[in-house]
Design a protein around this ligand. Sequence first.
Ligand SMILES: [Zn+2]
Length: 138
Amino acid sequence: MIIMTRKLVAENWRLEKARYALVGNFCKKCLGYHFPKKQLCLRCKTSEHLEEYKFKHEGKLLEWTKIYDPAKGFDFAGPYYYCIVELEEGIKITTQLKYVTDEGRLKYGMKVKLVFRRLFSHGNEGLNTYGFKAVPVY
Ligand SMILES: [Zn+2]
């Protein structure tokens, strides 16, 4: 279990900027965005024109589903909604959809904002992974 915990801590450290600050890349040549951050632009196949980019914390709701039987580690949150969000820059991400008080008010394309929350827990070791969740803007 110690090895798994160390691996997890290392992974969290490596992905810290993406998860904690919503940082990816912008290519000044093809004007494309990448998330998570890439070493090379996927279109231009070079790193020459890439710069770090902090995504806006807003987008639109594309799809959602309700999870009634949460996977291990997500049991604190279940049942919960999971969704696809298109950020203002056009990048699509998947994340939990929080604070849904009335599912009937959810609409395709409605505005959502991204908030920083606990994503999941790892066993009883007190280790949590944090990141962004979507919240509907009614
Ligand atoms: Zn490019």
